[in-house]
Design a protein around this ligand. Structure first.
Ligand SMILES: [Zn+2]
Length: 114
């Protein structure tokens, strides 16, 4: 048995952590560590804006490496690093990968139609 708060391990039969006064659990919950996978990459700023809003609407957490840096340093940074920084990569957690890919596929399909 484990204490979910202090992560201490206790012998079978003990129900409550004497330190934290919380009920012990048989298995500690997964750490908040999320494995991120790349689901999309685009150099089209219009497209990345669409993708962001779609992922936001779907409640999918995503991460765009370099995105923060870009907004902080602005155009100067983008200019200095040329096309590389303009290629936005979208990373989502492994568990959201399937649904994200599905949503992105719809966007890609509609983009092709236009
Ligand atoms: Zn504890």
């Amino acid at each position: 048995m484990f204490c979910p708060k202090c992560k201490s391990e206790f012998e079978e039969g003990i129900q409550v952590c004497p330190e934290c006064d919380v009920n012990l659990v048989e298995v500690l919950p997964e750490e908040d560590y999320l494995e991120f996978v790349k689901v999309f990459e685009s150099s089209d700023p219009n497209l990345t804006v669409i993708i962001k809003s779609v992922l936001d609407d779907a409640g999918i957490k995503y991460f765009v490496p370099g995105d923060n840096m870009q907004s902080i340093l602005g155009a100067k940074f983008a200019f200095a690093f040329g096309a590389d920084i303009g290629n936005a990569q979208f990373l989502v957690s492994k568990e959201d990968e399937a649904i994200a890919l599905e949503l992105l596929k719809e966007i890609e399909d509609s983009e092709l139609v236009e």
